[in-house]
Ligand binder design. Structure first.
Ligand SMILES: NC(=O)c1ccc[n+]([C@@H]2O[C@H](COP(=O)([O-])OP(=O)(O)OC[C@H]3O[C@@H](n4cnc5c(N)ncnc54)[C@H](O)[C@@H]3O)[C@@H](O)[C@H]2O)c1
Ligand SMILES: O=C(O)CC[C@@H](O)C(=O)O
Length: 527
């Protein structure tokens, strides 16, 4: 008999499947502390949670029989994935079940912010009959900017069209064909900020999306813009928003999520008459809670019964013989993917991986998953080696895997090419005895550096003095260069420079570098 512990008030209707299973015993509990969970978890084979329970390393460490942790929802920020993977515990989520609920909350928020419904309600029930203060705006003929056009963003865009809005969208994975199908015009974040009357965000919270709307973006906005965040706290800079309201740029905002949840009593959103708030209710509908609970229950049963499953967000076991051979390359594969993934702009349409040397006569698919994970990790939340291929496929990214008989120079070589609308970029990496992971080629240029830390990738014209100029500019801005690699094909032609710096290069220093006449492009990467 498998024992399943269900926390956080997950829908009973949704887990009926588990109650009905002859080989499962279900127990429901709420509000346990970490210590209490650590004490009881050894009895259970599966743990189901929403977002309230933090599934920590300690809890999983105590879960002697624990095979699976199920998250009834999308975000797995409350589960220590690394700890689960380390212990062979499968973590599953339910990515589709709350899309409509969150999309509809976004619309409710957009209409509420347009018509100030919560503020009007508060005054009316307080005994005031104030019809002058609450003159709102219509959605029809307005421009809606949608940042993040995945499951929820696409549904929001569809509904906005029905309201007669023009929709501008931005998503690094949105191709023109898909945008056209959705009736969405593509734009950059800054273009959208400058043109939209309403802006809604639907991205994960990543290092790239944290504060993607901050003071510079607010400064671009039309007077009277309205902002909605039903995705994750931190995508919009909360303090910059309050400032933009105070200076009259933003007319209103609606937030379901906060940088810190719950927000403290003195949070500036809580007493601002232009900001309406809800306590992370995006997924809180009867239907969504049932959907996510059904999805997660089905998967938990598959995993407990050793049947195939699909929504794992962490690592599956790899056969020992394959693992022994290819495990040493996993780190290189991820780094190579992360490196090249950060150098391309726009939607990736094809990822080509070519293995040569020692890597040709083994099953490289787990290694390919690591590489694809690395490529996608800057754009997508929760991407890992279990779901990387699936995510690439659902976003229309074609994956080509090739082997080439031998590498003339290296005993092993992984060559990665990413194709986008604006062209393609290639990088190759090798595991070098005594030196570890090295990137040895970028496009047509031979290089040799360790893919780690803060990097500056500079394309430039091979002119005397350029290295000195870059070095002086960085040095005078207190950016210390740890290593430097220069690659060129011909004297005086185009060339590439890869610098490792001891700290992140500030954005204004990048701008100064870009102004050097010999420089073609500068990219700042962190690995
Ligand atoms: N408020 C709630 O209760 C609630 C409920 C469900 C989901 N969510 C959150 O909503 C967000 C969207 O969920 P989803 O199911 O649509 O996810 P999704 O993965 O389907 O879509 C996210 C999209 O963001 C895009 N993206 C990544 N980086 C970007 C960037 N820098 N700029 C623009 N776009 C970028 C991705 O390409 C992807 O298409 C997530 O943060 C999720 O955790 C909140
Ligand atoms: O369980 C919840 O209510 C949170 C839902 C949401 O944030 C998610 O990521 O799915």
């Amino acid at each position: 008999m498998y024992k399943v512990l269900v926390m956080d008030g997950i829908s009973d209707m949704g887990i009926q499947l588990l109650y009905d299973a002859p080989d499962v015993e279900v127990e429901k509990k709420n509000g346990l502390t970490e210590d209490e969970l650590v004490a009881i978890i050894p009895q259970y084979d599966a743990l189901l949670v929403r977002s309230a329970t933090k599934v920590t390393d300690r809890i999983m460490g105590a879960g002697d029989k624990l095979k699976v942790v199920g998250r009834a929802g999308v975000g797995v920020d409350n589960i220590d994935l690394e700890a689960a993977t380390k212990r062979g515990i499968v973590v599953i989520n339910a990515p589709d079940g709350n899309t409509i609920a969150t999309c509809e909350l976004t619309f409710a928020m957009m209409m509420s912010v347009a018509r100030m419904i919560p503020q009007a309600y508060k005054k009316t029930v307080g005994g005031e009959w104030d019809r002058k203060t609450f003159v709102g705006v219509e959605l029809r003929n307005k421009v809606l900017g949608v940042l993040g056009m995945g499951r929820i963003g696409s549904e929001v865009a569809r509904r906005a069209k029905a309201f007669g809005m023009t929709v501008l969208g931005y998503d690094p994975f949105l191709t023109e064909e898909r945008a056209e199908k959705l009736g969405v015009k593509l734009g950059t974040v800054n273009e959208i900020c400058a043109q939209a009357d309403f802006i809604t965000v639907h991205t994960p919270l990543t290092s790239e999306t944290r504060h993607m709307i901050s003071r510079p973006q607010f400064e671009l906005m039309k007077k009277g813009a309205r902002i909605i965040n039903c995705a994750r706290g931190g995508i919009i800079d909360e303090m910059a928003l309050v400032e933009a309201i105070d200076t009259g740029i933003v007319a209103g905002a609606a937030f379901d999520v906060f940088e810190q949840e719950p927000p403290t009593a003195d949070h500036p959103f809580l007493n601002n008459p232009r900001i309406i708030v809800t306590p992370h209710l995006g997924a809180s509908t009867v239907e969504a809670q049932e959907n996510v609970a059904i999805d997660v229950s089905e998967e938990v049963l598959h995993i407990l019964r050793d049947e195939p499953f699909k929504n794992a967000v962490n690592m599956p076991p790899v056969p020992a013989n394959v693992l022994n051979k290819i495990q040493p390359y996993f780190g290189l594969g991820v780094k190579l993917g992360e490196f090249l993934g950060q150098t391309v702009e726009g939607a990736i349409s094809e990822i080509t991986v070519s293995f040569s040397g020692d890597l040709i006569d083994t099953d490289t698919s787990p290694l390919t998953r690591h590489i694809v994970k690395g490529v996608l990790s800057h754009q997508l939340e929760g991407v890992n080696i279990v779901n990387a291929m699936h995510l690439a496929k659902t976003r229309g990214v074609n994956i080509v895997v090739q082997t080439s008989a031998a590498s003339q120079t290296f005993t092993n070589l992984i060559t990665l090419t990413l194709k986008t609308k604006s062209g393609q970029r290639t990088a190759a990496g090798t595991l070098l005895a005594g030196y570890g992971e090295r990137i040895v080629q970028i496009d047509q240029f031979p290089v040799d550096f360790a893919p780690a830390g803060h990097l500056l990738l500079i394309s430039h014209n091979d002119k005397p003095g350029i290295i000195g100029k870059v070095g002086t500019l960085l040095g005078s801005n207190d950016v210390n260069i740890a290593t430097m690699q220069v690659g060129r094909k011909t004297f005086g032609g185009s060339a590439i420079m890869v610098l490792t710096t001891d700290k992140e290069t500030p954005k204004d220093v990048i701008k100064q570098l870009e102004q050097l006449p010999e420089l073609i492009a500068v990219a700042e990467l962190t690995l």
